[in-house]
Design a protein around this ligand. Sequence first.
Ligand SMILES: Nc1ncnc2c1ncn2[C@@H]1O[C@H](COP(=O)(O)OP(=O)(O)OP(=O)(O)O)[C@@H](O)[C@H]1O
Ligand SMILES: [Mg+2]
Length: 271
Amino acid sequence: MEEETHRQAVRHLREEPYYLPQGDEVAIFETCHARGLAVMLKGPTGCGKTRFVEHMAWRLGRPLVTVACHDDLSASDLTGRFLVRGGETVWQDGPLTLAARLGAICYLDEIVEARQDTVVVIHPLTDDRRILPVDKAGELVEAAPGFQLVVSYNPGYQHVLKDLKPSTRQRFVALDFDFPPPELEARIVMHEGGVDEPTARELVALAARIRNLRDRGLTEVPSSRLLVATARLMASGIPAREACRVALMGPLSDDPELLAAMHDLVNVVLA
Ligand SMILES: Nc1ncnc2c1ncn2[C@@H]1O[C@H](COP(=O)(O)OP(=O)(O)OP(=O)(O)O)[C@@H](O)[C@H]1O
Ligand SMILES: [Mg+2]
């Protein structure tokens, strides 16, 4: 067997990750945590899903284990495998097994990317018994108190062939995420981007105008993440128009017409 080192991403968040709630998602998540219910976060890229999970792990005082899902991910990548270490065969827990033992929050990011035969290994953990059969190790791992499964995905990017099975979906409480209302988004941009309030408001107003270009064929619209990046450049002294060009417009499209339309909006909105 091939030697492998498998660095486990267990994080203990000691400082509060900044998160501005949009509704009652904090209370719902806390209730799910207390009741042993798994949570599904749905929403477009850059709207705060990952930040929310980090914030909740901190708030609940639980370690956070994150797995970025991809189509090569196997059940063993989640549960664990035997490794050869200096001539000896040792068992190494995968991130899911580790999270179950630690009573951690296990965050499966972009779960639809994983194959369905991989995803089904989480099913027994979401049943009342909260167990994880680790067949290869011949072990039945009981999830420690505090263990919670959280998955996220972006419904917009979903392909016809890539969807969760109903038997998987129906094991989760679903929280919908979207771009925050302008008031809140401006506060996020101020806090995260380090710009003053008028600048943050301008960027948010610009984003609203660019998001309207969806009707004209802009498939990717700016997320809060892009606004934060643009604000950071501006806060570091990059001129506003230049910051918008490289951090806001460039990442969204290569289409000359759409770029020109965005450029016009920048000129209209920025003072
Ligand atoms: N409600 C919020 N409170 C605080 N920061 C936020 C919020 N929403 C977005 N942000 C900011 O936007 C950035 C991107 O958010 P995050 O990484 O959580 O997005 P995501 O939904 O996980 O995106 P992806 O689907 O691409 O992984 C954060 O790093 C943070 O700066
Ligand atoms: Mg994320």
